[in-house]
Design a protein around this ligand. Structure first.
Ligand code: SF4
Length: 91
């Protein structure tokens, strides 16, 4: 059975509390902000005017683990394109 979007969001919240980021993760965030606008736009998200790849977080220093670790695994990566990829991961 496939999870709905809220199930995935709940799973990412729960796994981020106890599980590490997959060591096969590579790349870097390109600041598109897509993961900060999934289902509900995060109120702490901001962009520089006219620059779509300038997402930043007004609460960066205290952001929750699910934000710090996204995308934690390939399976939990729900946005494409994303600056991160996973090398040789079957997850
Ligand atoms: S979707 Fe990927 S590239 Fe875009 S802001 Fe989130 S982590 Fe960064």
């Amino acid at each position: 059975m496939r999870d709905g979007p809220f199930d995935g969001k709940l799973r990412r919240f729960a796994t981020s509390l106890v599980l590490p980021v997959d060591p096969n993760r590579d790349g870097e965030c390109n600041r598109c902000g897509a993961c900060c606008m999934f289902l509900v736009r995060c109120p702490f998200l901001k962009f520089e005017a006219g620059n779509p790849n300038s997402a930043s977080c007004r609460a960066y220093m205290i952001r929750p683990l699910q934000c710090r670790k996204y995308p934690r695994t390939k399976k939990e990566q729900i946005h494409q394109p994303c600056g991160y990829c996973f090398k040789g991961s079957s997850d």
